[in-house]
Design a protein around this ligand. Structure first.
Ligand code: C5P
Length: 418
C-alpha cells in the first residue's frame, strides 16, 4: 500500500531518534522514498551517516546551505513528499510548530509545506504532561496535524509513564491508515466490525501466583492491526502481554479466560471474530484469597476447573454468530489432524494451524508458518513474518466477506489441497 509514496522524515532531538533509523528501514522495505531532515538536536543522537546510509539519500540539515538550495530549495523539499513525519517530535519542536516558528530547516519546512504532517511525540513524562505541551498538542490537532503515540512505559531517563515514542510498527500503521483513509477502495472491511482475542490468559492461584503460557500475543495483535488497516472497526481483547496497543484499535485488557469471554460477549454483535489467544484450558477451581504459605508438610495440590471455550461460544449457531469465525490451532504434533478436529468440534469456519514445537521459535518469535484449514481444504502458506501472516489473513477475510455467495462457493483453495 505504501510502495511509491514519498515521506519527508524530520528527526528532532531525543533518545528515541534511534528508533527512527528502524523506521527508515521499514519504510524503505515497503518501497517508500524517504528523505530526511536531521535537526542539530537529532544529530546528537544519530549520525548523519547512519541516516544517509539507511535512507539512501542525502540528509538535509542546514537552512542556509547554498549547496542544498541549489540542489533543492527548502520550499520544494517540504512539498516534494506525500507526507511529512516528525519522529521523534520533541517538546521543543511541537512548541515551535504550534507557535508557527520557522527558525531552522525543520520548522521552516513544516511551515512551508502544503502536505499532511504526522508527529510521533517523544519526551520525558513530565514534559509530556506539562500544560504547555498539552496546550501545544491541542493546537496542533486543531491545525489538522496527525499524532501517533506516545506510549506508556519505562523511559530512558529512569521515569515511568507516557512519553515513549510509538514503536516504528505503530508509526507505519498510522502512515498506512492515513493513506488508506484517502483511498476507500483499500478499505474493503470499512463497514464491518471485527473482534480479535490475543495473548495468554493468567489464571489466579492466589493473589500473587497464576497459571499462564508462553504466548506473546504478537500474531493476534498484528491481526487486529491488519483488520483495522483494511477499515474494520476492530476490538482487541488482550491477555497480559508486553506489546503496545495497536494504533486505531480499541484494546480491552483482561487477565483470565472468564474475563476474556465476558469482554468478547460484551462486544457482540460483530461480523468477524478471530480467536488468536492462547486461552488457558483450566483455572484453579478455588483461587486462594490470601497468598498460600509454605507452612511445612506436603506441597498443596491444585484442583482445576475447565475454562469456557471462547471460540466455541462465539461459533455457536444463532442470530449473534459472527459471519466468519476463525480459530487458531497451536500444536506440537499431528498439526493438521488436530486442526481438522478443532474445526469440527468448535464449529468455526476456518482454523489457522501453526506448529509451536520448541524448535520452530514461533512462540515469542516474529515469524510463523501456518496452514489455513477450512471445509474447502488445506492451504499451506510459506514461512512469513507474523505481520505478513496477519496481512494475508485479513485480505482473505475481506475477500470471503465481500464476494458474492455464488462466487464464494466456486472459490478453490490456492496451494496444496489435501
Ligand atoms: O486451546 P485450543 O487448542 O483448543 O485452541 C484452539 C482455538 O480455540 C484457538 O483459536 C483459541 O483461541 C481458542 N480457544 C478459546 N477458548 C478456550 C480455548 C481455546 O477461544 N478456552
Amino acid at each position: 500500500m505504501l510502495a511509491g509514496k514519498r515521506v519527508l522524515l524530520i528527526i528532532s532531538g531525543g533518545i528515541a531518534a534511534y528508533k527512527s533509523l528502524e523506521l527508515i528501514r521499514r519504510l524503505k522495505e515497503r518501497g517508500v522514498r524517504v528523505r530526511c531532515i536531521l535537526t542539530p538536536g537529532g544529530a546528537e543522537f544519530v549520525t548523519p551517516l547512519s541516516v544517509a546510509a539507511l535512507s539512501g539519500e542525502k540528509v538535509y540539515r542546514d537552512l542556509f546551505s547554498l549547496t542544498d538550495e541549489a540542489e533543492m530549495g527548502h520550499i520544494q523539499l517540504s512539498r516534494d513528499a506525500d507526507l511529512l513525519v516528525v519522529a521523534p517530535a520533541s517538546a521543543d519542536i511541537l512548541a515551535r510548530m504550534a507557535g508557527g516558528l520557522a527558525n531552522d530547516l525543520a520548522t521552516t519546512a513544516l511551515l512551508a509545506t502544503n502536505r499532511p504532517v504526522l508527529v510521533a511525540p517523544a519526551m520525558n513524562v513530565r514534559m509530556w504532561t506539562h500544560p504547555a505541551t498539552q496546550r501545544n498538542l491541542k493546537q496542533l490537532k486543531a491545525d489538522g496535524i496527525l499524532v501517533v503515540g506516545p506510549d506508556e512505559g519505562d523511559m530512558a531517563c529512569g521515569e515511568y509513564g507516557p512519553g515513549r515514542m510509538a514503536e516504528p510498527a505503530a508509526i507505519i500503521a498510522a502512515i498506512e491508515r492515513h493513506f488508506a483513509a484517502g483511498a476507500g477502495a483499500d478499505r474493503p472491511l470499512r463497514k464491518l466490525r471485527a473482534l480479535v482475542t490475543s495473548g495468554p490468559t493468567h489464571e489466579a492461584i492466589d493473589p500473587v501466583r497464576y497459571i499462564a503460557n508462553r504466548s506473546s500475543g504478537k500474531q493476534g495483535h498484528a491481526l487486529a492491526a491488519a483488520l483495522a488497516s483494511l477499515g474494520a472497526e476492530t476490538v482487541l481483547i488482550s491477555g497480559p502481554t508486553a506489546l503496545a496497543d495497536p494504533e486505531g484499535v480499541k484494546t480491552v485488557h483482561i487477565e483470565s479466560a472468564e474475563e476474556m469471554l465476558a469482554a468478547a460477549e460484551a462486544e457482540l454483535p460483530v461480523d468477524i471474530a478471530v480467536c488468536a489467544a492462547a486461552v488457558s484450558d483450566w483455572r484453579p477451581a478455588k483461587p486462594a484469597g490470601q497468598k498460600i504459605k509454605k507452612a511445612g508438610g506436603a506441597a498443596p495440590s491444585l484442583a482445576l476447573a475447565e475454562n469456557p471455550d471462547i471460540l466455541a461460544r462465539l461459533s455457536r449457531p444463532g442470530k449473534r454468530r459472527p459471519k466468519l469465525v476463525v480459530g487458531f490451532a497451536a500444536e506440537t504434533e499431528n498439526l493438521l489432524a488436530h486442526a481438522r478436529a478443532k474445526l469440527a468440534s468448535k464449529q468455526c469456519d476456518w482454523i489457522v494451524a501453526n506448529d509451536v514445537g520448541p524448535k520452530t521459535g514461533t512462540f515469542g518469535g516474529d515469524h510463523n508458518k501456518v496452514s489455513l484449514v477450512s471445509a474447502a481444504g488445506v492451504e499451506d502458506w510459506p514461512a512469513l513474518t507474523k505481520a505478513e501472516v496477519a496481512a494475508r489473513l485479513a485480505q482473505r477475510i475481506a475477500a470471503q466477506l465481500t464476494e458474492t455467495p455464488k462466487a464464494a462457493t466456486k472459490q478453490k483453495p490456492k496451494g496444496k489441497a489435501r
